[in-house]
Design a protein around this ligand. Structure first.
Ligand SMILES: *[C@@H]1O[C@H](CO)[C@@H](O)[C@H](O)[C@H]1NC(C)=O
Ligand SMILES: *[C@@H]1O[C@H](CO)[C@@H](O)[C@H](O)[C@H]1NC(C)=O
Ligand SMILES: *[C@@H]1O[C@H](CO)[C@@H](O)[C@H](O)[C@H]1NC(C)=O
Ligand SMILES: *[C@@H]1O[C@H](CO)[C@@H](O)[C@H](O)[C@H]1NC(C)=O
Ligand SMILES: [Cu+2]
Length: 175
């Protein structure tokens, strides 16, 4: 019996571990187009993050060739004005992997002359969990509803794995 309980505990630990790792997702900015100057009137990076929900620990891959572009994290003011006066950090080697390690808004630009003004800039909002509370739309607002983040295939796979591990754990406890 003790052995079964420890086996069950093992599966619960496995489930917890896979749930935890599900919080970190790697995104390639611009998907297959990578980090490049958008073609004119193309809101590539404005639109790219619209359907995404970033949490602390997620990784952005800026896919560019070293020497053709770079990526710098900047303040909101610098992002809006496309200035490189006060960059927080600059990564010159592509592809660059940047971990979103704090909540709040993050702003990224290419510091090459003219690239930011031509649309090579990205602003993302980072939250600190996979579950957020959002006000209910409409007149009955006030009661917060729990909304799950948009599920992408990676995290739903992990969620399924966690569920399987938990189930195995409970089944082992019963027999
Ligand atoms: C980055 O871009 C190169 C060249 O376009 C491509 O071969 C590679 O698959 C891209 N990497 C990612 C992670 O998208
Ligand atoms: C950035 O620096 C340039 C030249 O050093 C200056 O002309 C410009 O006003 C600065 N921009 C901001 C937003 O501080
Ligand atoms: C967050 O990431 C930035 C850039 O990668 C790094 O400079 C900074 O030290 C990190 N902060 C923490 C708390 O890890
Ligand atoms: C998550 O973020 C909210 C708002 O930014 C903050 O109030 C809260 O303390 C954060 N929770 C953790 C665990 O960091
Ligand atoms: Cu550039």
């Amino acid at each position: 019996m003790a052995r079964k309980i420890s086996m069950a505990a093992l599966f619960v630990v496995l489930a917890a571990t896979s749930l935890q790792t599900s919080f970190a997702i790697t995104y390639t900015v611009g998907d297959s187009r990578g980090w490049t100057i958008p073609i004119s009137d193309d809101d590539l990076y404005d639109n790219w993050d619209d359907d995404k929900f970033f949490v602390v620990g997620d990784i952005l891959v800026f896919n560019f060739s070293t020497g053709r572009h770079d990526v710098a994290e900047v303040t909101e003011a610098a992002y809006n004005a496309c200035t490189t006066n006060n960059t927080i950090f600059t990564e010159s080697n592509g592809p660059a992997r940047i971990t979103l390690n704090r909540t709040g808004d993050h702003y990224f630009i290419c510091t090459f002359t003219g690239h930011c003004t031509r649309g090579l800039k990205l602003g993302v909002q980072v939250r600190n969990g996979t579950i957020s509370t959002a006000p209910t739309p409409g007149p009955s607002s006030g009661t917060p509803t729990v909304v799950l983040s948009p599920v992408n295939s990676a995290s739903s796979l992990v969620a399924t794995l966690s569920f399987v591990f938990i189930s195995i754990g409970f089944i082992m406890l019963r027999f």
